[in-house]
Structure formats: structure tokens, C-alpha cells
Design a binder for this molecule. Structure first.
Ligand SMILES: *Cc1c(COP(=O)(O)O)cnc(C)c1O
Length: 396
């Protein structure tokens, strides 16, 4: 029996726990969907509750498993990435960790790459290593090595990113997916850098995203997503719910709100990144610029073939090394010296702030991070102001 109707007399201390319900008529709708900030949902009768629990009717029961606001975000993200199903998580790393745990078991082998987000490397090497999951870690550019590794070990997952962090190497997605599929491996792509509107046409089984970056855009909320075909993503749902790294409905709402401007932001910030990359490429203090949109990028042709926008991350190597990188970052006025990327304010990260202490000397060479490497995340400020700030900091 639903409680809280005004005709039932109740004490005020009861009433505050059962406030008067407000219901909209069927022909009267909120233009922005309300936030379902509720952990629990009830059905009118025990019989319907039991039908729900037996999986015989749709509905919502407990927000760790599902919630209407997070569900709306999942449906939208699946459509943006061009797949059927999505699960959202409390952070991007949560999406990475839960996907790795749910898709592997003792004795499985993962093929992964040096040019991978640091925490993902940690999760594959250290966490899964403790449970008897093995891995091979190669350079994303080592096509021959990928073929040999897949021939040498039955492989459960091939896990990669493109463009890579921080030096924006572009992975050969058709090449990697072809080899992985021929070897019977699942292909997982962390597509955070390229964004939700890119790479959907390739034969990727699972896309992982940090929603903290471009999806929200505002840098005020954490979130993650795992996207793929229906039966594969549904098979993860129980493990994800039990691990419990669920996205909160309020965070889901903020990400839904951020997505309204996603396309405009991504295009505008990419266009500004191109201009900043061109400025850097013409400056005598700069040894090398890493931006897929520059014709000088080693995989520029590949990037043109497989990307719609080249992204908002521009990295470069200063001739003056560590000290020059520090001076440049300190001299910038519009760029916050902070981690993360994809928000509307511009950010800078120097070599001192980049991870990689877990890598051997050979692997560090593959990562291509030098003492003078600086990574810029280009925001939504006026391009003339950004160019002027970068120019004055280079001259400092
Ligand atoms: C930031 C990031 C993550 C992790 O996301 P969080 O939301 O910060 O946990 C994963 N992968 C890539 C490529 C990232 O840039």
C-alpha cells in the first residue's frame, strides 16, 4: 500500500519521512528529466516485487544495480558510441578495473601496450598479476610484435588506446582489430582521448571511457563507461553491481548536462589545439610537436583516415629539457598546472608530473616521454588569448 497520501492522518514526525507526493499528469512533462536521487524503488505490491526479482518485469529496485537517471545516461552513451549497451561507473578507472576483472580469469593472457594510461598498466600488471592473469606489454607501433605475441599465447584481451597519452601516437585500429580477431581475442579500446563520436565503425568489442574528461567537460564530476554489444555488456552487469563502483545519479545528471555541449566543445577545442600545435611547431625552443593533426606527425595519414577530429591534447618536447619545461609551465597564465584533460579550462602537465616510474629504460624509450616533454590540454578560452599565453611562456 503506497503511504503518504494526505487523507491518512499522521503525526508531523511521520509526515517529514513521507512527504506529500507530487505527480505529473500523463500529458505534462519536465523538459529536463528529473534526477532520481533515490537509492530505493518500490512496487505497489509484493507480487509485482517478486515478478521484478524473478526478472519477469522491468523496473528499478536498488540504485547500485540500476537507476533511471544513470540508465538515461547509459542509453545515450551507447548511442553516441554506436553500440547497443552501456554500463556507467563511478570513475574512468572504475570502468577499466571492473572491465578487466569481469572479463578475465586465472590463466588468461592480456596483450597491452606501454603507451597506456598509468593506472591501467598498474591494474593489468599488479592487480590482475596477483590473480594469475599474465600479460605481454609491447609498443603500440610494434605490429610484428603484436602478431608474434598473439601467435605465442592464447589471448583473452587486447587492450589499447588511441591517440595515446601523452605523446598522441595513433594506433592502427584496423590492423590491431584484424590480428586480434584472427587470434580469437576480445578487443577493448580505452577511447577516452578520441571521444564518444569517434572509432565506432571499427571492430572493437568493448569501448571504455572516462566520462570525467570530454563527456562532462566541466571538470567537476568523475565518471566512467563501458560500451559494447548487448549480450557482452549484459554479461558484465552482475559483476559490476557486486563490485559496487556505481555512478551516483547526481553525477549522471551532471554528465548528461555536459553532453549537451559535447560536440560543440570537442570541435572548437580541437580547432584551437591545431592552432596551438602550429604555433609550437614554428618556435625555435621546441624540438618536436606531437599532434595528430600536424602533417609532421608520423601517423598523420592514419589519423586522417580513422579520426574525425584530432583531439585537444598537444604535447611537445622543449630543447631545454626538464628545467625549460618547468619554466614554461610556471610562466603560463591561462593554463592550470593540473592533471586530467578535456574540460573547458586549459591545462598543462610537465615531465615531472607524468608517471612512468614503473617502466624499464627500454619501455621509457617507447613511451617517448623526454625530460622536456610538456602536455597541453586545450580548453574553450579565446584562441588569440591562448596563442599569446603560449608564445609569452615559450619566450620566458
Ligand atoms: C583519465 C583517464 C582514465 C581514468 O579516468 P578517471 O575518470 O580519472 O578515473 C582512463 N583512461 C584514460 C585514457 C584517461 O585519460
Amino acid at each position: 500500500m503506497p503511504i503518504g497520501y494526505p487523507h491518512r492522518p499522521m503525526k508531523k514526525s511521520t509526515r517529514v519521512n513521507h512527504p506529500p507526493p507530487v505527480e505529473l499528469a500523463a500529458d505534462n512533462h519536465a523538459v529536463v528529466a528529473p534526477i532520481y536521487q533515490s537509492v530505493k524503488f518500490e512496487f505497489d505490491t509484493l507480487a509485482e516485487t517478486e515478478r521484478y526479482l524473478r526478472g519477469e518485469r522491468p523496473g528499478f529496485f536498488y540504485s547500485r544495480a540500476s537507476n533511471p537517471t544513470t540508465r538515461q545516461l547509459e542509453l545515450l552513451l551507447a548511442e553516441l558510441q554506436g553500440r547497443e549497451e552501456c554500463l556507467v561507473t563511478a570513475s574512468g578507472v572504475g570502468a577499466v578495473a571492473q572491465t578487466l576483472l569481469a572479463l578475465t580469469k586465472q590463466g588468461d593472457h592480456i596483450l597491452c601496450f606501454v603507451e597506456t594510461y598509468n593506472p591501467t598498466r598498474y591494474l593489468i600488471r599488479r592487480l590482475l598479476g596477483r590473480f594469475g592473469v599474465t600479460h605481454t606489454m609491447l609498443s603500440i607501433e610494434d605490429a610484428g610484435g603484436i602478431e608474434r605475441a598473439l601467435a605465442a599465447h592464447p589471448t583473452r584481451l587486447v587492450w589499447f588506446e588511441s591517440p595515446t597519452n601523452p605523446v598522441t601516437k595513433v594506433a592502427d585500429i584496423p590492423g590491431i582489430t584484424r590480428l586480434a580477431k584472427a587470434a580469437g581475442a576480445l578487443v577493448v579500446m580505452d577511447n577516452t582521448f578520441a571521444g564518444l563520436h569517434q572509432h565506432g565503425e571499427y571492430d572493437i568489442d568493448v569501448f571504455v571511457h572516462s566520462l570525467t574528461k570530454y563527456a562532462s567537460g566541466a571538470g567537476d564530476v568523475l565518471g566512467g563507461a563501458v560500451i559494447g554489444r548487448s549480450e557482452l555488456i549484459r554479461s558484465l552487469r552482475t559483476d559490476f553491481g557486486m563490485i559496487g563502483g556505481t555512478l551516483d545519479p547526481h553525477a549522471a545528471y551532471l554528465i548528461l548536462r555536459g553532453l549537451k555541449t559535447y560536440f560543440v566543445r570537442y570541435k572548437a577545442q580541437s580547432a584551437s589545439a591545431q592552432r596551438v600545435a602550429e604555433l609550437l611547431a614554428s618556435h625555435p625552443a621546441v624540438a618536436r610537436v606531437h599532434y595528430p593533426g600536424l602533417p609532421s606527425h608520423p601517423q598523420h595519414a592514419l589519423a586522417r583516415a580513422q579520426m574525425k577530429d584530432f583531439g585537444t591534447i598537444v604535447s611537445f618536447d622543449l630543447k631545454g629539457g626538464l628545467e625549460a619545461g618547468g619554466r614554461f609551465a610556471d610562466a603560463l597564465q591561462l593554463f592550470a598546472m593540473a592533471a586530467s584533460l578535456g574540460s573547458t579550462e586549459s591545462l598543462v602537465v610537465t615531465a615531472q608530473m607524468m608517471g612512468g616510474r614503473d617502466l624499464t629504460a627500454d619501455q621509457q624509450a617507447i613511451s617517448a616521454i623526454t625530460e622536456g616533454t610538456v602536455r597541453l590540454s586545450i580548453g574553450l578560452e579565446d584562441i588569440e588569448d591562448l596563442l599569446a599565453d603560449v608564445a609569452q611562456a615559450l619566450n620566458a
